[in-house]
Write a protein that binds this ligand. Structure first.
Ligand code: SAH
Length: 245
């Protein structure tokens, strides 16, 4: 019996956006671990044990996956989108680093998925067609000051930006502050798009200027994409030209 761990992304929501390699590996697994809503996206079948865990216990979940693989199980750790983007892949390697030496020889693979940023950008048009920065606006794992510094630096350097975890009930004021910084760093007329629940039946896409943006336009199911100063509308689309002066 040789176990393995595959860290896989389930894409932004729609089943057809799960890449075939991930679907194949789920068919071979004995165990699936992940945050409750993601594990619920996996179809149950005989021989497959689903382990649902709460949010914010990523390291425990990763350790559990490695322990099961060491016992010979075939474990898939699921994330939404891509597992390497603010998700479980790094948590698995943190657990590996902190774990027993024997784990270093385990068969561990990471399979990419379609991250929310790219699914959202595709629905909007091509807002990330030039240089961009992807930033997690949650201060769970880093101080808010550092987020402010990065927002300002990216805006002033002319990067378009994609924001994950833009706003939650536990930190309602921070996104308002982020918008203030962006208006200063990027200018009031820069376009900002809010893409909520992309590729699901609740999908909503909306683009306004930074001057018009309000914090309520985002929630935890929203991907926020800010253009650079050249980002513009063409028909119903928003795009960023490929070149800059
Ligand atoms: N690993 C995931 C991101 C996890 S962080 C990925 O690669 O997509 C969770 C954040 O992703 C959410 O707060 C939201 O900002 C974004 N997100 C995830 N799915 C989304 C979707 N279907 N539509 C819009 N944003 C989404």
């Amino acid at each position: 019996m040789s176990g393995w761990v595959v860290v896989a992304g389930l894409g932004p929501g729609r089943e057809s956006l799960i890449v075939p390699e991930v679907a194949d590996v789920l068919a071979e697994a004995t165990d699936v671990v992940g945050y409750i809503p993601y594990v619920r996206r996996v179809t149950p079948r005989p021989g497959l044990t689903l382990h649902e865990s709460d949010n914010r216990v990523e390291l425990d979940r990763a350790t559990h996956a490695l322990e099961m693989a060491a016992e010979g199980k075939r474990v898939v750790v699921v994330s939404s989108g891509d597992p390497g983007v603010f998700a479980m892949a790094s948590a698995v390697f943190e657990a590996l680093e902190a774990g027993p030496q024997e784990w270093l020889t385990l068969d561990i693979r990471v399979l990419p998925g379609i991250t929310a940023m790219l699914a959202a950008a595709a629905r909007i048009g091509a807002p990330l067609g030039h240089d961009f920065a992807a930033i997690n606006l949650s201060d769970n794992l880093k101080p808010w000051d550092l987020i402010e510094t990065r927002l300002r630096a990216a805006g002033e350097a002319g990067f378009a930006m994609a924001f994950y975890n833009p706003r939650s009930k536990s930190r309602p004021h921070q996104f308002a502050r982020a918008l203030e910084i962006l208006r200063e760093a990027c200018g009031e007329e820069t376009l900002i798009s809010f893409a909520r629940a992309v590729s699901t039946p609740e999908e909503e896409i909306r683009t306004v200027t930074l001057a018009e943006a309000t914090p309520e336009m985002a929630d935890m199911r929203t991907m926020v994409i800010v253009g650079n100063r050249d980002t513009r509308r063409v028909g119903n689309y928003v795009y960023t030209p490929r070149s800059a002066l």
